[in-house]
Design a protein around this ligand. Structure first.
Ligand code: GKR
Ligand code: MG
Length: 418
């Protein structure tokens, strides 16, 4: 089935002022939406990053896709490889680890691979999870992803979550998320305040939600010694400790003194990182992400790798819309060795580009859509609005540091706290 056209639409959607080690989320998150249009009116959807550098690489590939067979994914990989030969995309938010040629190719390929798999599913009348070999589970569990946050953006625009900086406010936000979505596991994005204050936040969550597995992720903000101290302090409280410190060596040092497993979406971000990290016993849980691991099939393959080495597997998230959630759900469903609830930023957004109803959270889980493809439909009006917002907002990259300096002049990401 030949591709006749590919339409790329950059979009922006409102994002609350969520805090992390690099600063604060800007008022809009940027994403790209791709529609792969095939013969017989079949359309496949994909979603990924929306910064100008990524869009620039994606645009280079578009003209080469016309006439390509949507079932030929190795051929798609070749086209992306030949077109982008040698390119390394970097980002300034620094929250998803290192950069490489392979990671760049994998990210661009992934956007198209998801759309091709969606198109294949529509053509065959099969859900994407079936194309990936079938569901290992009927629903995919997600965690409540808590953030410290400011009450309002710089322009004074508030949201319904209010300020979240104290343990009480943290517990309040967790309660709301659990009431609305039924999540069982809870993750706290740390690296914002002094580690002791964040440890206090975790203790408050443990007290309020006994029995809910807990995690904290400071995005490698701490020294190895701080990581070790936190691991000791939260022994028996955390199900895993995510990216306490930078690099495989530092993670291995912390892991050697921690009773809970260490998880990462920062020091193992590419096939080349697997061997050194596993050899050093640096991590006990790999957080996959089809957006940069080379698409859904490459992500699914991590199941075999991780199981073979006794490493757990779960899923990382960035601010995203419904096409990405659908892809995350299908790939997670078709991943037999998935050992923890996946992350999602879903509760933090208030708009989307897909028609509502296809992806519902019940008891913290999303049922795998059983309709063809990803099982979702694009809402053309919402897409047009989100594109208009992209154009009007004027953002071209994610830059949490610069935005934070408007709240706190002189702010520097602190990566050595205790
Ligand atoms: O949304 O601020 C954020 C997160 O810090 C995100 O960018 C990270 O990539 O959630 C991610 C993580 O788990 O490290
Ligand atoms: Mg993380």
């Amino acid at each position: 089935m030949q591709i006749q056209d590919v339409v790329l639409t950059p979009v922006a959607f409102a994002d609350p002022p969520l805090l992390n080690v690099m600063g604060v989320h800007e008022p809009f998150a940027l994403r790209s939406v791709v529609q792969v249009i095939c013969e017989d009116g079949v359309v496949g959807l994909g979603e990924s990053y929306g910064d100008a550098a990524f869009l620039g690489e994606v645009r280079k590939v578009l003209p080469r896709l016309r006439g390509h067979d949507v079932f030929d994914l190795p051929g798609l990989r070749r086209i992306v490889g030949e077109t982008l030969a040698g390119t390394v995309l970097t980002d300034e938010h620094g929250l998803i680890g290192g950069f490489s040629i392979r990671k760049t190719l994998s990210s661009v390929f992934s956007l198209f691979e998801v759309a091709c798999l969606d198109a294949q599913g529509h053509a065959l009348g099969l859900p994407v999870a079936d194309l990936l070999g079938g569901k290992a589970r009927d629903e995919v569990e997600f965690s409540a992803y808590l953030f410290y946050k400011y009450a309002a953006h710089l322009d004074g625009s508030e949201d319904s979550w209010g300020e979240i900086v104290t343990p009480e406010q943290l517990v309040g936000s967790a309660r709301r998320m659990i009431d609305e979505y039924g999540f069982r596991s809870i993750k706290l994005k740390g690296g914002v305040f002094e580690p002791r204050r964040e440890v206090e936040g975790i203790h408050a969550l443990a007290e309020a939600f006994g029995g809910h597995p807990l995690r904290i992720d400071p995005n490698a903000a701490w020294t190895p010694d701080t990581g070790i101290a936190v691991a000791k302090e939260l022994d028996g409280v955390l199900e895993y400790l995510e990216d306490p410190t930078p690099g495989i060596e530092g993670m291995a040092k912390v892991a050697g003194h921690a009773n809970m497993p260490l998880a990462t979406n920062m020091c193992v971000v590419d096939q080349g990182d697997i061997e050194p990290a596993f050899r050093a016993h640096a991590i006990g849980v790999l957080l996959s992400d089809h957006h940069f691991w080379g698409g859904m099939r490459a992500t699914q393959a991590l199941s075999v790798t991780c199981e073979s080495f006794g490493v757990g597997l779960s899923m990382h998230s960035n601010s995203h819309l419904g096409i990405s959630l659908a892809a995350m759900v299908h790939v997670a469903a078709a991943t037999p060795h998935l050992t923890y609830a996946c992350d999602t930023h879903w509760p933090w957004k208030s708009e989307d580009v897909i028609a509502p109803g296809a992806l519902e959270f019940r008891e913290g889980a999303v049922a795998v859509p059983d309709k063809p493809g990803l099982g979702i439909e694009l809402d053309p009006d919402a897409l047009a609005k989100a594109n208009e917002r992209f154009v009007r907002c004027g953002l071209t990259k994610r830059d949490d540091v610069t935005y934070m300096r408007k709240f706190e002049p002189g702010f520097e990401p602190n990566t050595a706290r205790w």
